[in-house]
Write a protein that binds this ligand. Structure first.
Ligand code: A3P
Length: 325
């Protein structure tokens, strides 16, 4: 019997099985053989039970803040690079392994009622996040927030302008969304980042390939914005929390901000920063019509998917569907 030294052996192995180059982390406690070799010092209770997957610009930060106000829910520690988001399942961080991921959550207390959650808004439209998340967290609950994809695209464009992105500075929103195939590459990149996350049915279907529909809650982002307390009630039921918090008492509408904020002792409010809930002009009507057409089929597909999942259609989707008749 002949063999190669370890490194050459590994190289040879991955030449023969290139599809296995990308690791997939499973919950070490789901398989006895893995559990037996898993350090006794470690625990499988240091993983989140809830993921807020995005997409970006739909109110994910507000939801993250509101959930963190619940005494039974604990969010991840912030990241130096990506602030409140860990961004583990979608990108290169995944290769840092599950110990790296677990470090973002507190060591569980002995009473072990800890309910950890994290939100990384680009999980939603990632090609790989659903598969990876389901391998590590098969029992997790998943929340996604959907607003009109046209408004999401516009909010993203405004976000890029506010960050002085030269492409967003140079081109109007209409230029960006209508850019043709052979436009400058940077313009195409911005166009994709405006438009692709809004293909909701495609992305949601990817999550449904790995999670049972009862594990996924689809929220109406419009409602989260205007009636957050009722949305929080729905979420608490979905999570099966017994200690129900009345968010009517701990949130207040701040007229100056124009959004709902955390109500502090003494009647003051703590709102999200300037980058959340920006003020910018309304979308022009040509862009609105273009995007209505662009997303028409996808929105019809989304409504079918939600129907199959037994989830109500968001108000903005009902409105968009009226335009398809
Ligand atoms: P705009 O800044 O374009 O209005 P995310 O946190 O996922 O990036 O989403 C940002 C969006 O959340 C904001 O987009 C805003 O419309 C929306 N939002 C919903 N509820 C909010 C709240 N209570 N405070 C601030 N922004 C809120």
């Amino acid at each position: 019997l002949q063999t190669l030294p370890p490194i050459q052996l590994a190289q040879r192995y991955f030449q023969i099985f290139p599809e296995e180059r990308d690791p997939i982390w499973q919950d070490p406690c789901e398989d006895k053989r893995h559990k037996d070799i898993w350090s006794k010092e470690k625990t499988c209770d240091r993983f989140p039970k809830l993921l807020i997957i995005g997409p970006q610009k739909t109110g994910t930060t507000a939801l993250y803040l509101f959930l963190g106000m619940h005494p039974d829910l604990t969010s991840n520690y912030p990241s130096k690079e990506t602030f409140e988001e860990i961004q583990f399942f979608n990108g290169r961080n995944y290769h840092k392994g599950i110990d790296w991921y677990m470090e973002y959550f507190p060591l569980p207390s002995n009473t072990s009622s800890d309910f950890y959650f994290e939100k990384s808004a680009n999980y939603f439209d990632s090609e790989v996040a659903a598969r990876r998340a389901a391998a590590l967290l098969p029992k997790a609950k998943i929340i996604t927030i959907l607003i009109n994809p046209a408004d999401r695209a516009y909010s993203w464009y405004q976000h890029q302008r506010a960050h002085d992105d030269p492409v967003a500075q140079k081109y109007t929103f209409h230029n960006v969304i209508t850019a043709v195939h052979d436009s400058p590459i940077k313009l195409k990149v911005l166009q994709n980042r405006c438009l692709v996350p809004g293909l909701y049915a495609t992305h949601l279907q990817r999550w449904l390939n790995y999670y049972h529909p009862s594990q996924i809650l689809v929220l109406d982002g419009q409602l989260l914005r205007t009636e957050p307390a009722s949305v929080m009630e729905k979420i608490q039921k979905f999570l099966g929390l017994t200690n129900t918090v009345n968010y009517h008492k701990i949130l207040a509408f701040d007229p100056k901000k124009g959004f709902w904020c955390q109500l502090l002792d003494g009647g003051k409010t703590k709102c999200l920063g300037k980058s959340k809930g920006r003020r910018y002009p309304d979308m022009d009507s040509d862009s609105r019509s273009f995007l209505r057409e662009y997303y028409r089929e996808h929105n019809v597909e989304l409504s079918k998917l939600l129907y199959k999942m037994g989830q109500p259609l968001p108000s903005w989707l009902r409105e968009e569907l009226l335009h398809t008749r």
